[in-house]
Design a protein. Structure first.
Lengths: 123, 128
């Protein structure tokens, strides 16, 4: 009666619950950030400390706005994936799930607020 | 028999047992810097939101982010960002099973430590 293969029965039951998706996701976002971070440091760092009008005019330009939005989206995804690994290593049981869910809300929320703010200045 | 001595079983050795080494300390710092960057990230999002809202709100957020305390947070975060970036490159190299020999792994550790300091000073000079 073995309609399921051994592999199918084993999938999802390991300590990690899944395969290498999480590892591969972090690798993709890390390579993306390797390109984005220098651009972000020197665009955001350059305008930080300027006046309200200068900041508004700066993020109305496409390059700084797109760099900042991409860095926030990819950066918060990468942060959330990394924080999940931290929690999975040190916290177990119900708090493990609460912390992962909570930080996922904060990560996606912060990225959404940041992208909204940039879009508002850019448009 | 399975729960004889439960809770008092010897555990495998952990951090407090091992002498700190360059490779272990730089690895722990990778995790600390990556997670600590949430502070600067949230501050930057707040600053952007304020900049998109109006001059009054911007004065509040900008005043905090560019205060002496904000400067310290941003300076430390800049170092954390470069450190985490270089340590990430080290992981991308190790993922290909390259430079895992002890002497070469330690060399990568020094590159991350010294390189992050150099990049931080360089970017502060450029952005000043």
């Amino acid at each position: 009666m073995a309609f399921l293969t051994d592999r199918k029965r084993a999938i999802g039951w390991g300590a990690a619950k899944s395969g290498t998706e999480h590892f591969w996701a972090m690798k993709k976002s890390s390579v993306a950030l390797l390109i984005l971070i220098p651009f972000f440091v020197f665009t955001f760092g350059g305008i930080l400390g300027s006046s309200f009008e200068e900041v508004q005019a700066y993020y109305a330009r496409p390059f700084p706005a797109i760099v900042a939005a991409l860095t926030l989206i990819v950066g918060f995804k990468h942060f959330n994936d990394g924080f999940q690994t931290l929690v999975e290593d040190y916290v177990h049981g119900v708090w493990e799930k609460i912390l992962i869910l909570g930080m996922t809300c904060i990560s996606y929320g912060a990225a959404a607020v940041g992208v909204f703010a940039i879009a508002k200045m850019a448009l | 028999m399975a729960d004889v001595n439960r809770g008092k079983r010897p555990l495998s050795p952990h951090l407090q047992i091992y002498r700190p080494q360059l490779t272990s300390v730089t690895s722990i710092l990778t995790r600390i810097t990556g997670n600590a960057l949430i502070v600067a990230s949230v501050l930057i999002v707040w600053w952007l939101l304020a900049a998109s809202t109006g001059p009054g709100y911007f004065a509040v957020a900008d005043g905090f982010v560019t205060s002496w305390f904000g400067d310290i947070v941003m300076f430390l975060s800049l170092w954390a960002l470069w450190y985490h970036t270089l340590a990430g490159v080290r992981h991308l190299i190790w993922d290909n099973a390259k430079m895992l020999e002890i002497d070469r792994a330690e060399m990568l550790g020094w590159i991350v430590v010294i390189g992050s300091g150099v990049l931080t000073v360089l970017s502060v000079i450029i952005l000043w």
